[in-house]
Design a protein around this ligand. Structure first.
Ligand SMILES: Nc1ncnc2c1ncn2[C@@H]1O[C@H](COP(=O)(O)OP(=O)(O)OP(=O)(O)O)[C@@H](O)[C@H]1O
Ligand SMILES: [Mg+2]
Length: 366
């Protein structure tokens, strides 16, 4: 296979999927490629089978999501950016249908045809409307073939376009009037919809209540436990660095420092409960993985040494300084209060504090 930057989940985790299919031959809901229990083990991990957890922090949410996909309603994953909504939807589709690449990416440019079908106009003009001239959407293909279709960022589509889903999700049928009055395509077992929506940008208020009723809503929260977050960070960094010839040493305490900084800025309070101003920028786990990855590349290729707090501090401004100038001042206050205090009796925090101060000073904030 040609090298690509990223493979879909069913390719990356193909071994896990086949191991689970063998280990659990029990009855499957119609159209599913694994049992619901195997789907859960694929996502939440299983030590006995050597399967690592891929989505961490809330196994009950995964259970509820699986149950809602067995029923007649779709699944709507909502939450702050970077809480792994897209990741969870991809993992669910890969485990349930064996494929996660039936996706509609929501945007203002999406029209009804992208959720129903369009036409190959050359064929349409030559032969008139026929099944061969139809260009099916991923939704139509999923209905015909009985698998899951994912709609990413559904709230970025105009509400009247979103509403195309109302009738097809309740009737499980799509009418094609161009091919005859009663021509319709009926969904096969295994068809369902997983949508994701970001609470930060558009929110879900614009969505019609009729459409909301077709979905079970699940809110994905940031990872609650600091230890889980640190372990996830370490694992994802190892995966991302796997293809790099240079992998610097990873000190768990350095990762711990990064997790602390992110959690405190995200929550707007220090570990001891002291309140502080919370930046508007998204301090998600996804961002911390990206930051640590950039810091590791810096350590590996520019410094040729282990990852240190200095590398983390250098990247931090890029995450926090996005659009709100107030955020820069909030970060400066955090560094000045929390980091300086800890720098007194920790060499790691001292290094972090000094590098962060130097960066802020360059921006006139030190
Ligand atoms: N609970 C979690 N389990 C596993 N990975 C997580 C978790 N929370 C965050 N992540 C990290 O977030 C990354 C995936 O983010 P993803 O793009 O799925 O988020 P999202 O919620 O869809 O964000 P957005 O709203 O910006 O689209 C993962 O690759 C992982 O690094
Ligand atoms: Mg997403």
């Amino acid at each position: 296979m040609a090298e690509t930057l990223r493979q879909p989940a069913e390719v990356t985790h193909t071994e896990d999927l086949s191991r689970l299919a063998k280990a659990d031959p029990g009855p499957r809901p119609p159209g599913w490629s694994l049992t619901p229990r195997a789907v859960r083990r694929f996502i939440c991990g299983d030590e006995d089978l050597g399967i690592t957890a891929k989505f961490v922090g809330d196994d009950a949410l995964v259970d509820r999501s699986i149950v809602s996909l067995m029923g007649r309603q779709g699944l709507m994953l909502v939450g702050e950016p970077g809480t792994a909504k897209s990741l969870l939807s991809e993992l669910l589709a890969a485990a349930i249908s064996g494929r996660s690449n039936a996706v509609v990416q929501g945007s203002a440019g999406i029209i009804e045809d992208h959720l129903r079908y369009g036409w190959n106009y050359a064929l349409l003009l030559a032969q008139g409307p026929s099944p061969a001239a139809m260009v099916p959407s991923p939704v139509l293909n999923a209905m015909r073939e009985g698998h899951i279709v994912r709609i990413e960022e559904i709230t970025r589509c105009a509400p009247e376009v979103q509403d195309v889903l109302i009738s097809l999700m309740s009737e499980k049928t799509m009418a094609v009037p161009e091919l005859g009055d009663d021509h319709e395509i009926r969904a096969r077992p295994g068809f369902n919809v997983i949508a994701t929506a970001n609470l930060r940008d558009q929110g879900v208020h614009g969505m019609s209540s009729a459409l909301k009723r077709r979905f079970n809503f699940e809110t994905v929260q940031p990872i609650a436990d600091a230890g889980h977050e640190r372990a996830l960070l370490a694992r994802q960094l190892a995966e991302r660095m796997a293809e790099q010839p240079e992998m610097p040493q990873l000190d768990p305490d350095v990762l711990g420092l990064l997790v602390t900084v992110f959690r405190e800025l995200r929550a707007g309070k220090l570990e001891d409960g002291t309140p502080m101003a919370k930046p508007k920028a998204v301090m998600s786990t996804a961002e911390s993985v990206n930051l640590a990855h950039a810091a590791l590349l810096d350590a590996a290729y520019l410094d040729r040494g282990p990852l240190s707090p200095r590398h983390l501090a250098r990247q931090l401004q890029g995450v926090v300084f996005k659009d709100d100038p107030e955020d820069a001042r909030k970060l400066a206050a955090y560094i000045d209060v929390a980091a300086r205090d800890r720098a007194r009796d920790s060499a790691l925090w001292k290094e972090f504090y000094q590098a962060a101060q130097a960066g802020l000073a360059k921006n006139g904030l030190g």
